[in-house]
Design a protein around this ligand. Structure first.
Ligand SMILES: [Zn+2]
Ligand SMILES: [Zn+2]
Length: 451
């Protein structure tokens, strides 16, 4: 038992009475027999402590000091002779407590630092994204370069320019915005077109693109973007853009050589594909939205595309093909009504066969087929109207009958630009252009009410 120095005599006496124990390892007297227990314990604890010689600190193996009897009992048991395997001395406890505190502090600091790092990283990312959009915003098209004529972006630029012309201060829609058919009904081609136009400086990312369309590289901080969610703006003044449109149109209509010929073929193929996609989409929408049937099944889509292609090859116009599709769906629905065994999927599938039958019949008996405009609810590929007209204008330049009727050019469609050079004539003003040929017999099928 150790007394703190400088205690009054009565406190020393009290401590002796409190700490004294018998040979058997028991306390010599109860606390109650000394005085008021609370007062006794408080006085003794503040003025003395005991050292348990049989209970060594698990850390430093020194005998453990305890401030009062209850601590002595916890460490050494009721007989004060239990070997200790749990407790440390006050010094070691203090050290351990300090170590734990430091460890907690270190962890808290590490967590704060990590939070700070993440915050800085997010800020840095936001700054880079904002900078990337700033960079896009200053692009003015001065260093623009048209993609090669073989790129799908070459002709698509005209569709983009037309689209933008009536939407001042609005971005060009993203491919995601234009789901499912996009600009041309061919997502791969659209992605290539937009990439080529972007790298040629003809279009730039619009600030109205969703932020997550941009990605910052962890390695070299470079910024890249995803094409599908990106929205666009055309670079350059209106006059510059108009001259680009003229340049492209001019090239396709009058360009000479293999590359121009190839570009015209690519445009024609593109339109052919778009027209087929458009009629397919119309038939699907009709079956799904008007009749509540499923779309034409995957296993018959190739055949459907071929049937539609047959219609175009046979000389029917897009409007007439819409009419054929409407009639095919209508007939399929009629069959289903009369045939209890026929379910909606069978009706959708049957529409493919019926469509072919109607086209073949019409070719055979030379029936006149009316032209239907696309109904309002039908979503066609956005670039269809512009590219269809462009393709028609280009075709007209090379059309034999138009050349023959044109007073300005020779029988191959060339005319004198000056004394030495020949240029491709575009046969304007158009005297015989675009008038539909008069059809023979009258078709009395009513136009559906919702067109
Ligand atoms: Zn110790
Ligand atoms: Zn001419």
């Amino acid at each position: 038992m150790v007394l703190t120095a400088g205690q009054p005599q009565e406190v020393q006496d009290l401590a002796l009475l409190y700490w004294e124990f018998t040979e058997a390892g028991k306390w010599a007297r109860t606390v109650e027999s000394i005085g008021d227990p609370q007062w006794v314990v408080a006085t003794v604890t503040s003025a003395s402590h005991a050292t348990l010689l049989n209970s060594l600190c698990t850390q430093c193996e020194e005998p453990i000091r305890v401030p009062n009897r209850s601590w002595a009992a916890r460490v050494a048991g009721s007989r004060l002779d239990r070997p200790n395997s749990t407790y440390t001395c006050p010094d070691c406890s203090a050290v351990r407590e300090q170590e734990q505190q430091q460890e907690r502090k270190r962890r808290a600091e590490a967590a704060r630092a990590e939070q700070e790092r993440q915050r800085e990283q997010a800020e840095e990312r936001a700054r880079k994204i904002s900078k990337a959009f700033d960079d896009e915003e200053v692009k003015d098209g001065t260093d623009r370069a048209l993609p090669p004529p073989s790129s799908p972006g070459f002709a698509l630029y005209i569709a983009l320019a037309n689209h933008a012309a009536y939407r001042p201060n609005k971005p060009l829609p993203s491919m995601d915005d234009l789901r499912p058919l996009g600009w041309t009904g061919d997502a791969d081609s659209d992605v290539t077109a937009l990439r080529d136009l972007y790298h040629g400086g003809l279009i730039a990312l619009s600030r109205k693109s969703p932020e997550d369309c941009l990605e910052i590289s962890d390695e070299d901080d470079s910024v890249s973007f995803f094409v599908s969610p990106a929205r666009w703006r055309l670079t350059g003044e209106a006059a510059t853009r108009a001259s680009t449109v003229r340049e492209i149109t001019q090239y396709l209509m009058t360009g000479g050589g293999q590359a121009a010929h190839e570009a015209r073929r690519i445009l024609a193929d593109r339109i052919e594909h778009m027209e087929i996609i458009d009629v397919m989409a119309y038939l699907d929408e009709l079956l799904e939205d008007r009749y509540g049937y499923p779309a034409v099944p995957e296993t018959r889509r190739q055949e459907l595309a071929e049937n539609i292609a047959l219609g175009f090859i046979s000389g029917y116009t897009p409007g007439q093909m819409i009419c054929f599709a409407w009639r095919a769906a209508d007939t399929a629905a009629g069959w289903k009504e009369r045939n209890a065994l026929m379910g909606p999927p069978e009706a959708s599938s049957a529409a493919v066969t019926i469509l072919r039958g109607k086209i073949e019949k019409a070719v055979e008996v030379r029936h006149a087929i009316p032209e239907y405009d696309s109904p309002r609810w039908h979503q066609q590929p956005v670039a269809l109207l512009t590219l269809r007209k462009l393709n028609a204008d280009v075709k007209r330049v090379f059309d034999r009958s138009v050349i023959d009727a044109c007073p300005d050019c020779d029988h191959q469609g060339w005319r004198d630009a000056d004394a030495e050079t020949l240029t491709r004539c575009v046969h304007l003003p158009a005297s015989t252009s675009g008038e539909p040929t008069v059809t023979s017999d009258v078709d009395d099928t009513p136009v559906p009410p919702d067109f």
